[in-house]
Design a protein around this ligand. Structure first.
Ligand code: SF4
Length: 231
């Protein structure tokens, strides 16, 4: 379930500096104050269990937050541990998480992940990037998000919104989220590593949307360098 490649966007001629980006992210942080966290952040706050964060992250891929949230609650009622989840019959597991996107594939991935957690880590979620990436169906976005939200460890999670918006602003010029992550590890000041995903996912879902950005309502409208912004 890797992220799709994107990249046929109009791009600013000039690259955005780290200082300018910091100012933009500060404005987004002020806009976000008092708003609801993306679903994985909410799960982290309410349950504080890396396994819950891992499950919520898998369910959330290519799925709206409201749908993910309900599916997570149904599943969490049935099982709160890898052994518990593995004991759910396959069809019941699919029923519990439907209609999240790719629910059959995700049900298979969740079972395979739980089997591996039991086999290699005594049912615990590992807290290293490479170990997380070795889990079936876990890509870099999921692994980084589990590190950040599940363990409070350093990571750079790049959702499709982060990848798109940073290209629109001209801070990176990349063709995939994985490439954006590598670039951010090189040029993004460390203070933004952990919050950038949560900030830009909320902002990308509600204001700077991929097909119809709400530029007239955007707090960055006057300064935004995106050539495709709306009047
Ligand atoms: S002005 Fe438009 S394109 Fe620029 S950040 Fe705001 S919503 Fe996105």
């Amino acid at each position: 379930m890797s992220e799709p490649k994107r990249g046929n966007w109009k791009r600013p001629l000039r690259a955005m500096t780290a200082r300018e980006l910091g100012s933009f992210l500060g404005a987004v942080a002020r806009w976000k104050e008092g708003r609801e966290e993306p679903v994985v952040g909410r799960v982290k706050e309410s349950i504080q269990d890396p396994f819950a964060v891992l499950v919520a992250t898998i369910l959330s891929l290519r799925t709206r937050d409201a749908v993910t949230s309900r599916a997570f609650d149904r599943l969490w009622e049935l099982a709160k541990t890898p052994a518990g989840l593995l004991s759910i019959p396959a069809e019941e597991l699919e029923r519990a998480i439907r209609p999240v996107g790719f629910y059959k594939t995700k049900a298979r991935s969740l079972r395979a992940i739980c089997a591996r957690l039991l086999e290699h880590w005594d049912g615990r979620v590992p807290d290293g990037l490479e170990d997380l990436l070795s889990l079936p169906g876990v890509g870099r976005k999921t692994a980084n998000l589990v590190l950040i939200e599940g363990f409070g460890k350093e990571g750079v999670c790049v959702d499709t919104h982060v990848h798109r918006i940073l290209n629109w602003w001209g801070f990176v010029r990349t063709s995939s989220p994985d490439e954006t992550e590598q670039e951010l590890r090189r040029i993004l000041p460390k203070r933004w590593w952990m919050p950038i995903n949560s900030l830009l996912v909320s902002f990308g879902q509600e204001v700077c949307r991929p097909s119809a950005p709400r530029c007239p309502e955007c707090p960055l409208a006057k300064r935004c360098p995106y050539p495709g912004k709306r009047a």
